[in-house]
Design a protein around this ligand. Structure first.
Ligand code: AQP
Length: 330
């Protein structure tokens, strides 16, 4: 069975981009692979966050992932900060990474620019700069063959592959060179009000973001208000009609269809929006109910995470030991 690893930052409520871009594939992979899914709380520290909020978000992320369909009997779900391998491996890998290659990471440039304009004690943390190394450590410490992610993580995955190859060339083969698994539909879900920017937990306004746990009436309202254009003709053309194309992409990812086929069925935006709301609400209703159940059974959630922590450590520690030995540490 292939080894699958992926992670999510507990930086807010999970949205449709996270769900369609990554988590749907996570659920599928647990049947065909040995899967490790991680709530990457150490990554969340790279941005300004208050400790109590981080604790709440970490737990809420676990609840949402279980509600979406991760099954602890089929996969390992755990919290990154509870497994020492990640931070330890990150240091080893930072000693095979260059300042230049990290400086080229577009997500760092975007986030650094956004953070610089916010008020805070440290505007751009070193952790934000070295985040891709920690991400490489997360993946390589599990010998992952495949990493299901949204398109925004493609560049970080390339860096992970480069580091694995460089390490193996310099010190002998320790790491598997992983492959990104990016979905055909939903790989880059855009903000409903700003369809040229990706849907993001940390966007300034919530109005263009559909959260997985949003109630039906909120979803209806957000879809109704989503930005389209004045052409009033339903076509899948992301350049000329980014708003409508985003709605079609979301629709296609939810119903496993092709966006162009969906476009052919509609003449006006009203009917498209109405049917998209229905499809989304049908898809998300079960997730909301399951999240309610898990929220009432927090002991169950924490015991799942505890089992996950032990399994994750047992899988990753041999890689850390092998990497240390290869580098000459006694
Ligand atoms: N808009 C998106 N479309 C498709 N996939 C997406 N992902 C994130 N946004 C979209 C994928 O979701 C997984 C978990 O992401 P993450 O929360 O760890 O990091 P992120 O990419 O930084 O997500 P956000 O929502 O943009 O968070 P903030 O605002 O905190 O930076 C990843 O596989 C990601 O590709």
């Amino acid at each position: 069975m292939p080894i699958v690893f992926s992670g999510v930052r507990p930086t807010g409520n999970m949205h449709l981009g996270n769900y369609l871009g990554a988590f749907k594939n996570w659920v599928l992979s647990q049947d065909t692979a040995e899967s490790y899914y991680c709530i990457v709380d150490l990554h969340a520290l790279a941005e300004e966050v208050d400790p109590e909020t981080l604790r709440e978000r970490t737990l809420m992320t676990a609840i949402t992932l279980l509600a979406i369909g991760l099954d602890p009997n089929k996969c390992t779900l755990f919290i990154q900060g509870q497994v020492t391998s990640h931070a330890e491996m990150a240091w080893l890998l930072s000693c095979v990474s260059s300042y230049g290659e990290l400086s080229r990471m577009t997500q760092f440039k975007d986030k650094a620019k956004a953070n610089e304009s916010k008020k805070g004690e440290i505007s751009v943390k070193v952790g934000l700069f070295t985040y891709p190394i920690l991400m490489a450590a997360d993946i390589l410490a599990y010998g992952a063959d495949q990493v299901p992610v949204g398109e925004d993580q493609k560049q970080h995955l390339e860096l992970t592959r480069d580091l694995a190859i460089r390490f193996n060339n310099n010190y002998g083969k320790v790491f598997t060179v992983p492959e990104a698994i990016i979905p055909k539909q939903g790989a880059r879900v855009m903000d409903l009000l700003e369809p040229t920017s990706k849907m993001s937990k940390s966007a300034d306004s919530n109005a263009g973001i559909i959260y997985v746990l949003d109630p039906p009436e909120v979803i209806d309202k957000k879809i109704k208000r989503s930005v389209t254009d004045t052409l009033n003709s339903v076509n899948y053309d992301p350049n000329a009609q980014p708003g409508v194309s985003n709605l079609l992409e979301i629709f296609a990812a939810v119903t496993d269809e092709d966006p162009k086929t969906i476009a052919d069925r509609y003449e006006g935006y009203g009917a498209l929006k109405k049917d998209l709301s229905e499809a989304l609400n049908e898809n998300l209703a079960q997730i909301r109910n399951r999240a309610d159940e898990f929220s009432k059974n927090l002991d169950e959630v924490t015991s799942i995470l505890k089992v996950g922590k032990n399994k994750a450590f047992n899988r990753s520690d041999p890689y850390v030991k092998a990497a240390k030995k290869a580098m000459g540490l006694i």
